[in-house]
Design a protein around this ligand. Structure first.
Ligand SMILES: Nc1ncnc2c1ncn2[C@@H]1O[C@H](COP(=O)(O)OP(=O)(O)OP(=O)(O)O)[C@@H](O)[C@H]1O
Ligand SMILES: O=P(O)(O)OC[C@H]1O[C@H](OP(=O)(O)OP(=O)(O)O)[C@H](O)[C@@H]1O
Ligand SMILES: [Mg+2]
Length: 299
């Protein structure tokens, strides 16, 4: 088979998205042999090649049609699109599917002692950032002027060493900000990872592979969010028990040998099950409550 018939997917080589991306592809049934040095990994059981690169290179590779698909953070994608538009380079892509990992936000953060009184108090200040285009767009939308200096990592250190007044960087738990004496003052962009696709027409062979892959990706994501719940419930409280299940599908109700008062209830819940739900079920008289992960889901 020639390389033109193999679907080429770009993913981050190492970093915040690489483990989740690799595990998504593996759970979709792709057998990949990823070793640190192999930058173009062959999938042995499907006509797919995985190109392992820096995440900041992924948007360009897909926009230029070098890779058919890419898995990248929306933040990196939007920044690259804005920068390419500025340079009149190809900046188009298809957002094929949002993915349920890599959740973070791009925020402006200032030293804790900074007297923040709304966006206007950022006017004329200088920010260290990896995302100058997103920062400039935010400034323009809010009618303020900002200056910036580029840093590709350890951005949080910039205010302390006098490089900038504040920062514009990614936040998830907020612990890096806290450890560096910074406070988040504005969220300017919310991001997750996404599967993106080139705007160039795929060959029929590649389209067929994508048509197989996409429902699998959806199935893996749905399974990750869903749980299979089994419990014993008092027969006369089934309606209340059913109402408690988050994002429930129709429950299966089964008789229990030798028990007229109890039934077994099996249900797939498509949202997070909190301890509070379990406690509420127990207070309705349910017992033997099991919440189990689901490996795959389809249909
Ligand atoms: N703290 C975080 N929590 C969750 N997701 C994050 C976090 N930091 C970054 N991300 C997401 O993961 C992506 C990759 O981040 P990472 O720090 O691994 O690479 P990078 O240094 O931005 O890029 P490169 O691969 O080009 O060196 C980010 O673009 C963002 O979408
Ligand atoms: O809110 P938190 O959970 O603390 O996460 C935020 C940090 O994570 C990212 O950096 P990363 O750890 O990926 O390091 P890097 O600078 O090498 O990219 C981001 O640039 C922040 O520094
Ligand atoms: Mg990083």
């Amino acid at each position: 088979m020639t390389t033109e018939t193999r679907l080429r997917i770009a993913m981050q080589k190492s970093g915040r998205l690489s483990d989740d991306t690799q595990s998504l592809l593996k759970r979709c049934g792709l057998k990949l042999n990823v070793t640190d040095r192999r930058l173009l990994a062959h999938v042995s059981n499907m006509p797919v090649d995985i190109m392992r690169v820096r995440s900041s290179d992924i948007p360009g590779l897909v926009m230029d049609g070098v890779c058919d698909l890419g898995i990248v953070g929306d933040n990196t994608l939007e920044e690259a699109a804005l920068e390419r538009q500025l340079m009149s380079s190809k900046a188009e892509y298809i957002k094929t599917s949002p993915l349920n990992f890599g959740g973070c936000r791009l925020s402006i953060a200032m030293p804790e002692e900074f007297d923040y009184r709304g966006v206007d108090s950022l006017n004329g200040l200088r920010f260290a950032t990896t995302y100058p285009q997103l920062l400039k767009r935010f400034a323009a939308e809010n009618g303020i002027n900002v200056d910036f200096c580029m840093l590709n990592g350890s951005v949080e250190v910039a205010p302390r060493v006098g490089l900038a007044d504040g920062i514009c960087d990614l936040v998830s738990t907020g612990s890096t900000l806290e450890a560096n004496g910074l406070k988040e003052v504005e969220i300017i962009f919310r991001s997750t990872a996404s599967l993106i696709q080139t705007v160039e027409q795929l060959s029929p062979e590649k389209q067929t592979i994508l048509d197989t892959l996409l429902p699998r990706i959806q199935g893996v994501m749905k399974a990750k969010e869903s749980k299979y719940i089994m419990l014993h419930a008092p027969k006369n409280r089934i309606d209340e028990v059913s109402a408690l299940m988050p994002g429930k599908e129709t429950p299966t109700i089964l008789p229990l040998a030798g028990r007229d008062d109890l039934v077994a209830v099996h249900v797939v819940a498509t949202e997070t099950i909190f301890w509070e739900t379990m406690e509420a079920l127990k207070s309705l008289g349910c017992n033997s409550i099991l919440v189990m992960p689901i490996e795959k889901m389809m249909g």
